[in-house]
Write a protein that binds this ligand. Structure first.
Ligand code: SF4
Ligand code: FES
Length: 257
């Protein structure tokens, strides 16, 4: 037999499905870290009355604005575009602004912590510099030789399709920080850098493919990938990250791209 609390949650969740607005009580268990106070991180619970149709980002705002102004996290667009609010929610990397409370078992405490593999600076904020350095290292820009064309560089729809998926990356780091190889060795380029190399390697207008492949042929490059698919599962843009990594590996072997 379900408890009255669970009944209340179920009714509110049903109402949420129907589009009605009902508040439920949700516990957010947040991993706090402030190096100015302690070297150790610890969990802190916050209880909120909140509409389950709201997003985890809305809950974090409510906590910051109404309960504890010291709670620190990144966000900008709040609509799944800027990639700044990737975090581990109930043990899985997600964007807080794209995660509805009703979809993540709000009858139990919802855990929120910083993404793994990057140094935590405060609460949910990590140092993204190693991540962006790997991105810069694969030269994520069009490389061409010869004279500037007098008109646009044309490309067939078929050629454009080859790298369409990897153009969708918003550099949120959800993939790289879900990768066990990256957790164990932060020197690994990581899935996001490879995705962004893929975007140019397979672009028929680009002439830097060989250079990028050589960069990724490094001991910290694509061969470190163990095909665990964590990256594909984590990507909020639905990019087939593991497939892109496999295509780069194949291009390294065949030198055809
Ligand atoms: S590939 Fe997906 S998960 Fe990885 S950084 Fe890009 S958008 Fe984020
Ligand atoms: S705040 Fe921009 S992607 Fe979530």
């Amino acid at each position: 037999m379900s408890t009255p609390t669970l009944d209340k949650h179920s009714a509110a969740l049903d109402a949420a499905e129907d589009g009605a607005s009902h508040l439920i009580t949700v516990t957010f268990r947040i991993r706090r870290f402030n190096p100015e106070i302690s070297e150790d991180a610890s969990w802190q619970d916050f209880q909120l009355e909140i509409d389950p149709k709201e997003r985890v980002l809305d809950a974090l705002h409510k906590i910051k604005w109404e309960l504890d102004g010291t709670l620190t996290f990144r966000r900008s667009c709040a609509h799944g575009i800027c990639g700044s609010d990737a975090m581990r929610i109930n043990g899985r990397n997600r964007l807080a602004c794209k995660t509805l409370i009703k979809d993540i078992s709000p009858e139990k405490p919802i855990t929120v912590e910083a993404i793994k593999g990057l140094t935590v600076m405060k609460d949910l904020v990590v140092d993204m510099e190693p991540f962006f350095q790997a991105y810069r290292d694969v030269m994520p820009f069009l490389i061409t030789t010869g004279n500037e064309p007098t008109r646009e560089r044309r490309q067939s729809a078929e050629d454009r399709e080859r790298f369409d998926d990897t153009t969708k990356c918003i550099l949120c780091a959800a993939c790289t920080s879900s990768c066990p190889v990256f957790w164990n060795d932060g020197q690994y380029f990581g899935p996001a850098a490879i995705v962004n190399a893929h975007r140019f390697i397979f672009d028929s207008r680009d002439e830097g493919g060989e250079q990028r492949l050589e960069i990724l042929n490094d001991k910290d490059g694509v061969w470190r990938c163990r095909t665990t698919f964590n990256c594909t599962d984590a990507c909020p843009r639905g990019i087939e990250v593991t497939k892109a990594i496999q295509e780069v590996k194949r291009a390294l072997i065949t030198r055809r791209f």
